[in-house]
Design a protein around this ligand. Structure first.
Ligand SMILES: C[S@@+](CC[C@H](N)C(=O)[O-])C[C@H]1O[C@@H](n2cnc3c(N)ncnc32)[C@H](O)[C@@H]1O
Length: 464
């Protein structure tokens, strides 16, 4: 199916509330999922503006066979996006209406007294709309270095502004300007909405398009080159590729994921990124035996389990009015997350673990970490994660402020949570937890109900 047809079908599905944006995009037959996802999100973001332009230009009255969702996608790309790419028989039709549509866009801007397309968007509630989160780009140090990436973008006509000194500088970023992030090495920051999916440097694996908050887990785990690491819930693999870059491809990453489809995309991503130190396994992490000698040298674990995804910027744009996950769903997710965390803490050589989610719900974050710490009976403690980071864990238990939170409003990122757990000196691990041990909520899916769990994980959010 062609791009515009696929995007129109996804928009129609969303309007009919058939499924979430993510499932509709993955369920479409269009191969370039990222391109489709970006086009749908952007069209959706400008939905009200596009409706108004299409209506005042009389496009649907003049072209009776043009369906409204397709019209919206085509007009988005024609006026606000990258110009019509293909478009088949609709391309000449849109060309006939181009001048009228452009005139309506200009008229709308005059009426609203704005000069940029972006300013036509109604600000979302809250201080800083999610749509203003900058485009973060991690330089893949397995293939290049920040200096070369900066030179590359300068040659592409971007203007380099140096290392940003404050979030305000990043917030004001626009046009073809970019910064180095003030806190994270190897992270470039471009204006919100900068689309680099077709950029050759990205396509060659030199760059990873990854939100700043999602770069924190691997950075805070910080495994030195040569070490053995487990990435427990790894697909689609952005954090795994980050870990491999920190390891300089020396050592080993054991990466697990339940979802074979996501693992297949992950294998492509890792090859493109030049990762050679990773073993992928389509396995349930909960069934990986901690005492297996293969994992005898694993001192570092990254646990980024399925979550509600309530912090994801795309979800906030997609469902701005949504109430968030239901209490039942939260309970089920938190039970799985706690079980996975306890399992991870039972690996005998483990020294340091990072737990992260792209959820903003306390139930999936502070509550899970606190329950796991209590059940570890003093074997592990919370390390102070990145003290310079301004947004801290909710004050729900002693030391919760050692954890990190992230949000569009306070850190100009997606909503996120990170906790770093360290083994207390001289303490060895307790045995792996049994199902429903000591009162933690049970794994909602049950270890034998693998199919059902797979479905639930697929529906769960991802912090990729
Ligand atoms: C939030 S996503 C991980 C994102 C990934 N860390 C990244 O940065 O690209 C959660 C992943 O956990 C996987 N998953 C869920 N339950 C699992 C289990 N019991 N064992 C292994 N993987 C699991 C899901 O299939 C999903 O791909």
């Amino acid at each position: 199916m062609a791009l515009y047809g696929a995007a129109a079908a996804v928009l129609a599905g969303m309007e009919a509330r058939q499924a979430s944006l993510k499932s509709l995009v993955y369920g479409s037959r269009f191969q370039n999922v990222k391109q489709l996802y970006a086009l749908v999100c952007e069209t959706q973001r400008y939905s009200a503006v596009l409706d108004s332009i299409i209506d005042s230009a009389g496009l649907l009255k003049a072209e009776k066979k043009l369906r409204p969702h397709l019209a919206k996608v085509l007009v988005y790309d024609l006026l606000l996006g990258r110009g019509l790419r293909g478009g088949g028989r609709w391309k000449p039709v849109l060309a006939r209406h181009r001048a009228r549509l452009q005139a309506e866009l200009a008229r709308l801007k005059v009426r609203r007294r704005v000069s940029r397309n972006e300013d036509l968007l109604e600000p979302a509630s809250g201080a800083r709309p999610a749509s203003k989160v900058p485009r973060y780009v991690r330089v893949n140090t397995l293939k290049t270095c920040p200096g070369d990436a900066v030179d590359y973008f300068k040659r592409q006509g971007f203007s380099y502004q140096g290392r940003a000194s404050s979030p305000e500088e990043l917030q004001a970023l626009e046009g073809k300007r970019f910064f180095l992030d003030p806190l994270l090495p190897e992270l470039l920051v471009f204006p919100a909405g900068t689309d680099l999916h077709e950029n050759p440097f990205y396509r060659a694996g030199h760059l990873i398009l990854q939100d700043k908050a999602s770069c924190l887990p691997a950075m805070l785990l910080a495994p030195p080159p040569g070490s053995h690491v487990i990435d427990a819930c790894a697909a689609p693999g952005n954090k795994t590729s980050h870990l491999a870059a920190l390891l300089k491809n020396q050592g080993k990453i054991f990466a697990f994921d339940l979802d074979a489809g996501r693992l297949a995309s992950m294998a492509t991503l890792l090859t493109r990124a030049g990762v050679s130190c990773c073993e992928l396994a389509n396995e349930d992490f909960l069934s990986v035996p901690p005492t297996d000698p293969r994992y005898g040298r694993v001192q570092y674990i990254l646990l980024d389990p399925s979550c509600s995804g309530s912090g994801m910027v795309s979800r906030r744009l997609e469902e701005p009015e949504a109430d968030g996950p239901s209490p039942e769903r939260l309970r089920a997710l938190a039970a799985f997350q706690l079980k996975a965390l306890r399992h991870a803490l039972s690996f005998p050589a483990l020294q340091r673990l990072v737990y992260s989610t792209c959820s903003v719900c306390q139930e999936e974050n502070e509550d899970v970490v606190w329950a796991a710490l209590q059940q570890s009976a003093g074997t592990f403690r919370l390390a102070e994660a990145l003290p310079a980071w301004p947004h801290r864990g909710l004050d729900t238990f002693p030391d919760a402020a050692r954890c990190i939170r992230a949000s569009p409003e306070l850190t100009l990122t997606g909503g996120f949570f990170v906790a770093v757990l360290e083994r207390c000196e001289g303490r060895s691990s307790s045995p792996a937890p049994k199902d429903q041990a000591e009162g933690p909520p049970a794994n909602p899916q049950g270890t034998r109900k693998r199919k059902k769990r797979k479905k639930q994980q697929r529906e769960g959010g991802g912090s990729e």
